[in-house]
Design a protein around this ligand. Structure first.
Ligand code: TPP
Ligand code: MG
Length: 666
């Protein structure tokens, strides 16, 4: 039987050799974390390498994603479908071992990580998902959802502000099955952290309501074993285990310094490390008995087998629950969803004038009861974002079986937690804040887009229409800048009917997140014929056409669509035929076949004016160099919304003038 040191040294060797071969990567953290990670995997993690999709597996998040080689080495050694060739291909194009862990690239990787702090916050979401799903589906004798969320993190994750937001919430929520292992090596890139990170971390986490096991020697397997066991025993609070380690452990010339953080050790140092660690084997060679010591497949198959037996008995005793569990975990929408969405679309097609945030609230109220996976929330703006539904039940420690989270004033954590909820499976999260504060959670939105997660953002108060709160609260560049994030679908509906189309798009989209950009102020409903109604889902369509070929095209979104329609009427009265195109989702429209796009925006009509109360960037793509954008490339003012629209030139007269000027300039 190999010793624990030998098992850990296999991780160290693979990490330093793979980084060396790639001539790029981070050897320090894997070398320092190898001992406690070995204990974690071999004594605690419940997983089956043969089935990384087993719903009741423990979730392990590597929040310090730069330590990716640690995770890849462990996944390889425990028996995931990750070969030694994959390890040799570390950081190469198309490899299963990318620079930082990426969802969908490597079996066993639960989330993309690397932006420090976000993995930790995402793990809070995963743990919340586990508890919420357990509360809904477990029955006496049938703990079908019963797993631990582990998160490995470093100094950087704890310095990031999002760690405060997420861990404060995790403490309040008493997430007893969340266990964080802190690689307390006192080093970050710029050197010894004493000069910039002097927190009393154990005291900080105790203040959040966490259970803390402090001062553990991260290189002493027995001490680690004991500390992690204590963390597992505490089920009323999340646990933080602080593990004192030496970065680059085993590499004599650089260990304990930031030199080994992010560059290859070099052949000479690696040879010294092999000597010091007592690892005589050549690169990428692991003796059979060490593989055997790591192999988690037999134990994993047995664990999943037991669970499957339990699930079979659960299915016999609670057939409806079991079927619903399977549906939830597979991410399939309920059978009734399409009909409910169609009824909603009909109802909102006939709606009175209303703010699109209000229409969004109506969508949620209508769809929520038939969609138990829809877990809502807001960053302390529920009454403004209208995210709460009549069927919302707040999730708290004492009432875990709910569908609504009060995230508090924590936009970034909200974004990260929603990623965790979506990643876990069984949930479609949506969360609200003011559009202007979407910047606070932007990095989490980017990660959702990168991972292709089904998450919806309810971003209300979407322009200078906010009014009196002034420029701090008036979004300008936000809509345009969200459109820049690849794979984030952005919708800015013009009325209740388009809002229903936007929600339908968000909930039926299978490969990425959706931002719903909604007005604070009331907007009039637009009349639509059957074709326009059907084409709303395409993201752009002819809303109000003129007779014959248009002289000019008016493109608009959201609250500016009604304005464009009024401008077109003025122009019609002056003998200028103009077509109004509503573009609730530019990305969706651009994804349509060219034939459709040309039908909506005939290429021969070059006189084009776009109207959006926000940054003009982006619109030039659709209006061309001969076009005009009526937008706003400066900050707003504190005044009533209507006054501001007039002040900044968002009036039918001004838009009509812009069209005439555009025609005249040709
Ligand atoms: C949000 C974010 N900012 C900066 C970085 C760049 N970065 C990667 S690792 C690191 C230092 C992290 O220190 P620590 O977590 O202690 O890692 P160690 O050096 O101990 O491996 C930094 C600044 C990042 N990945 N994410
Ligand atoms: Mg560190």
């Amino acid at each position: 039987m190999p010793t624990r040191k030998e098992l850990a040294n296999a991780v160290r060797a693979l990490a330093m050799d793979a980084v060396q071969k790639a001539n790029s990567g981070h050897p320090g953290a894997p070398l320092g974390m190898a001992d406690f990670t070995e204990v974690l995997y071999n004594d605690f993690v419940k997983h089956n390498p043969a089935n990384p999709a087993w719903p009741d597996r423990d979730r392990v998040v590597l929040s310090n994603g730069h330590a990716s080689m640690l995770l890849y080495a462990v996944l390889h050694l425990t028996g995931y479908d990750l070969s030694i060739e994959d390890i040799k291909n570390f950081r190469q194009l198309g490899a299963k071992t990318p620079g930082h862990p990426e969802l969908g690239q490597t079996p066993g990787v639960e989330t993309t990580s690397g932006p420090l702090g976000q993995g930790l916050a995402c793990a809070v979401g995963l743990a919340l998902a586990e508890r919420t799903l357990a509360a809904r589906f477990n029955r006496p004798g049938f703990p079908v959802v019963n797993h631990t969320t582990w998160v490995l993190l470093g100094d950087g994750c704890l310095m990031e502000g999002v760690s405060h937001e997420a861990c404060s919430l995790a403490g309040t929520q008493k997430l007893g099955k969340l266990i964080a292992l802190y690689d307390d090596n006192g080093i970050s890139i710029d050197g010894c952290v004493d000069g910039w990170f002097g927190d009393d971390t154990p005291a900080r986490f105790r203040a959040y309501g966490w259970h803390v096991v402090a001062g553990v020697d991260g290189h002493d397997p027995a001490a680690v074993q004991k500390a992690v066991a204590a963390a597992k025993t505490e089920t009323g609070k999340p646990s933080l285990v602080c593990l004192k380690t030496v970065i680059g452990f085993g590499a004599p010339g650089v260990c304990g310094t930031s030199k080994c953080h992010g560059s290859p050790l070099g052949d000479e140092q690696i040879a010294c490390a092999r000597e010091q660690l007592g690892w005589p084997h050549p690169p990428f060679t692991v003796p059979a008995e060490i593989y055997a010591g790591w192999d988690a497949r037999p134990k994993g198959a047995a664990a999943e087998g037991l669970w499957s037996e339990m699930f079979a008995a659960y299915s016999a005793t609670h057939p409806d629950l079991a079927a619903e569990f399977r549906r939830r975990v597979s991410g399939e929408l309920p059978v009734g969803f399409a009909a409910a969405a169609a009824d909603l679309a009909d109802a909102l097609a006939k709606a009175d004038p209303m703010a699109t945030r209000k229409a969004s609230g109506k969508c949620l109220a209508a769809l929520g009861p038939g969609l138990p996976e829809l877990v809502g929330g807001s960053a302390d703006l529920a009454g403004s974002n209208l995210t709460k539904r009549p069927d919302s039940v707040v999730i708290e420690a004492a009432t875990p079986d709910g569908n609504y989270l009060n995230y508090g004033v924590r936009e970034f954590a909200m974004g990260c937690l929603m990623n965790g909820l979506a990643l876990h499976g069984g949930f479609i999260p949506y969360g609200g804040t003011f559009l202007v504060f979407a910047d606070y959670m932007r990095s989490a939105m980017r990660m959702a887009a990168l991972m292709g997660l089904k998450v919806a953002y309810v971003l209300t108060h979407d322009s200078i229409g906010v009014g009196e709160d002034g420029p701090t609260h008036q979004p300008i560049e936000h809509t345009a800048s969200l459109r820049l994030i690849p794979n984030l679908s952005v919708w800015r509906p013009a009325d209740a009917a388009e809002t229903a189309a936007a929600w339908n798009a968000a909930l039926t989209r299978e490969n990425g997140p959706t931002a719903l950009i909604l007005s604070r102020q009331t907007l009039p409903p637009q009349p639509r014929d059957a074709a326009a109604t059907a084409d709303m889902a395409r993201g752009g369509y002819v809303l109000a056409d003129c007779a014959g070929e248009p002289s000019a095209l008016l493109l608009a979104t959201g609250s500016e669509v009604a304005l464009a329609v009024d401008a077109a009427k003025l122009l019609a009265g002056q003998g200028i035929p103009v077509r109004v195109v509503s573009l609730p989702s530019v990305d969706r429209f651009l994804a349509q076949p060219a034939e459709y796009r040309d039908q909506v925006l005939p290429p021969q009509v070059a006189a084009r004016v776009a109207v959006e109360a926000g940054a003009t960037t982006g619109w030039w793509q659709l209006v061309g160099s001969r076009g005009t954008v009526v937008g706003l490339d400066r900050f707003g003012e504190s005044a009533p919304g209507k006054v501001l629209f007039a002040h900044f030139g968002f009036t039918p007269e001004a838009v009509a003038q812009a069209v005439r000027d555009t025609l005249a300039a040709r």
